[in-house]
Design a binder for this molecule. Structure first.
Ligand code: DGL
Length: 272
């Protein structure tokens, strides 16, 4: 285990979704220092080509290491579906974590019927990454559903109400009809919509948020230490409008964000 009293953990996403991962990491490692980058200049990643998302992600990971991260947690399923984790593990000497593997293992452990649903961005669904990961666990009945309206709703700060309910009904009806007993949040934005999704599917469907399971992996590496109450130890970056990050960060992490620094993605070569 690396001997770091206050590990600096880099987390990134296209926008606010990775905050669900950042929060889980801070719950498991309350002594950690967070470096969070929201690539809001390019949100949503969902409709973008996988190669482009992979390139953004690898450059962001390099930037976070250059800023002092001891490990990076990819708070974005699509970057992992695009192959950025494989590239990063080969390129960087420090640990890089991703969410699809631990999320799939947790879903397989939770299912009783074997019928597992995955909701994700169009790009993640097209990549087939969850199907492969669940299949490697032993699953054979996997139902994947793209939910393209969810990320824009969450970025606007909507987590419930008629617009959200209409989208939930549209996307989740086929999965409910397929008889799933377990649903994976295959996009880190979607746990913001947990309440309306849980209401729609009912108590018999287990909801799996991969953030919890990747955070356990990070804790297994660094260990948990005494909580550091000073939020000024965290640093936040945004490549575009920082407003959604400021608003949702304060709401979701429970403290007003210190300064959000502006950074360009792709990061200039001289920046890392
Ligand atoms: N939150 C990201 C994910 O987990 C990407 C969402 C998007 O920008 O489309 O895939």
């Amino acid at each position: 285990m690396p001997d770091v009293a206050h590990p600096t953990i880099g987390v990134f996403d296209s926008g606010v979704g990775g905050l669900t991962v950042a929060r889980a990491v801070l719950e498991h490692l309350p002594q950690a220092r967070l470096l969070y980058l929201a690539d809001t200049a390019h949100v949503p990643y969902g409709p973008r080509p996988l190669e482009q998302v992979r390139d953004f992600a690898v450059q962001i990971i390099a930037f976070l290491f250059q800023q002092g991260a001891d490990a990076v947690v990819m708070g974005c399923n699509m970057s992992s579906a695009a192959g950025a984790h494989t590239v990063a593990v080969a390129r960087f000497s420090k640990p890089v974590f991703e969410v699809i593997g631990p999320g799939s293992a947790a879903a397989w452990a939770a299912t009783r019927s074997g019928a597992i649903g995955v909701i994700a961005t169009q790009g993640t669904v097209n990549s087939g990454a969850y199907g492969r990961a669940l299949c490697a666990c032993g699953a054979s009945a996997v139902y994947e559903q793209a939910c393209p309206a969810f990320v824009p709703l969450v970025e606007r700060g909507l987590s419930d109400g008629p617009e959200v309910e209409a989208a939930v009904t549209e996307y989740l009806t086929p999965l409910r009809d397929a008889g799933i007993d377990t649903l994976v949040f295959g996009c880190t934005h979607y746990p913001f919509l947990r309440a309306p999704i849980a209401r729609f599917l009912g108590a018999d469907v287990t909801l799996i948020d991969p953030a919890e399971f990747v955070a356990r992996q990070v804790e297994a590496l660094f260990g948990a230490g005494p909580a550091d109450p000073n939020p000024a130890r965290h640093r936040f970056f945004s490549s575009g409008d920082p407003e959604s990050l400021r608003r949702e960060g304060a709401r979701f992490l429970g403290f007003p964000l210190p300064r959000v620094a502006q950074v360009d993605v792709p990061v200039e070569a001289s920046d890392y």
